[in-house]
Ligand binder design. Structure first.
Ligand SMILES: CC(C)(COP(=O)(O)OP(=O)(O)OC[C@H]1O[C@@H](n2cnc3c(N)ncnc32)[C@H](O)[C@@H]1OP(=O)(O)O)[C@@H](O)C(=O)NCCC(=O)NCCS
Ligand SMILES: CC(=O)OP(=O)(O)O
Length: 325
């Protein structure tokens, strides 16, 4: 059973409302039409109605029954602007608030914030920074979390792994790395994995030295102290984490080495490059970035995504929203 069949089975009957702010993008609109006709999720599409109709005509998409909202003329925009101003008090002016709210990404997050949508999927036509900023400012982190991280579920045949952080924290400090790892372990459980975390480095168990290695070592120690119930080890190289014979040679005392299924990258360059190599050279399906640590689910897409990716991200977002009910 694919991960999406599993998640679909979870969300059937809940009719979660998922807002898709990039309605003018053909991939997003196709996904919305598919979701709408299936009826498991209710998609809300944001954008200019005339442009959306044009896109639908060009791609022979049937918009019957699809809910379209244009933030530019929606009656809630003034209330949302006031609410956004309050949320951002001291950080953004009233004028800025009025302007921001007309941006579909901001409007979508206000729908989620107000419980008018259960989650949001965006990023097909926006960079990650532009997609996640409204969520960081409006939805904010869930209780007990300081940072939001961006994870990928990597899947191929019967293989399933979690990679993190591949999208958000550029140079995480030790505490952030620990939080990234904890969030990755939770996602692993959500998709049926018993997490075994490897804190990745270019060094295995002290084989190399330096500040970068020390950071990963410190994060491993801190994580093990904080979450002794979650299997984790490090620092280790990817081969030591993944290949049993290499793990046995390089880290013979570790019960994670060679068997890891959750890979924690030391910073964003390696995380983002790493997932794209597995996706493009290794033919893994990369599901994400899944944003973890937000109070309500908002998920990003890669700009290279397909319509199927948008459809699947909506299913995953609906499943995440079950956990915040
Ligand atoms: C995520 C990112 C946009 C945040 O950037 P930033 O410059 O800190 O953004 P801003 O300064 O506008 O911050 C907005 C708010 O989000 C908060 N924030 C930033 N990163 C956060 C994180 N990881 N978790 C929680 N909150 C965060 C800030 O504290 C700030 O809060 P405030 O305005 O209430 O004080 C930035 O870290 C980034 O560009 N990351 C890389 C994204 C990327 O390109 N990934 C590769 C492709 S997937
Ligand atoms: C996740 C990611 O790398 O996104 P993009 O390809 O849009 O930069």
């Amino acid at each position: 059973m694919s991960i999406f069949d599993e998640l679909k089975a979870k969300i059937v009957g809940h009719k979660k409302v998922i807002v898709l702010p990039e309605g003018e993008d053909e991939r997003v609109l196709s996904a919305a039409v598919k979701l709408n006709s299936e009826g498991i999720i209710k998609p809300l599409v944001l954008g200019d109605e005339a442009q959306i109709k044009e896109t639908a005509k060009d791609h022979k998409l049937d918009l019957t029954g699809l809910k379209i909202i244009n933030p530019q003329n929606d009656i809630r925009r003034d209330d949302f602007a006031k609410q956004y101003f309050e949320l951002r008090k001291g950080k953004e002016s009233e004028e800025q608030a009025k302007k921001q709210i007309l941006d579909p990404n901001y409007f979508a997050n206000m729908l989620v914030y107000n419980g008018l949508a259960d989650g949001c999927v965006s990023g097909a036509a926006h960079s990650t920074a532009d997609t996640v900023r409204p969520a960081l400012k409006i939805i904010k982190t869930q209780a007990g979390m300081k940072r939001v991280s961006g994870q990928f579920i990597m899947e191929k045949d019967q293989q399933r792994y979690i990679f993190s952080d591949c999208a958000m924290n550029i140079d995480p400090d030790v505490d952030t790395l620990v939080e990234i790892a904890y969030q990755a372990a939770q996602t692993a459980k959500m998709v049926g994995l018993e997490p075994k975390l490897a804190f990745l480095s270019f060094s295995t168990m002290g084989s190399a030295k330096g500040e970068m290695v020390s950071k990963v070592q410190a994060a491993t120690v801190s994580f093990k102290e904080k979450y002794p119930e979650i299997s984790a080890d490090g620092e280790m190289q990817f081969d030591a984490a993944f290949v049993p014979s290499v793990g046995a040679k390089k880290a013979p005392d570790s019960n994670v080495a060679g068997h890891a299924n959750v890979f924690i990258f030391p910073e964003l360059q390696s995380g983002n490059i790493g997932y794209k190599i597995a996706q493009r050279l290794g033919d893994f399906t990369a599901i994400g970035p899944i944003l973890a640590g937000l109070a309500k689910p908002v998920n990003d897409l890669s700009r290279g995504c397909s319509s199927q990716d948008v459809y699947e991200a909506a299913i995953l977002t609906a499943a995440q929203s079950l956990d915040v009910e």
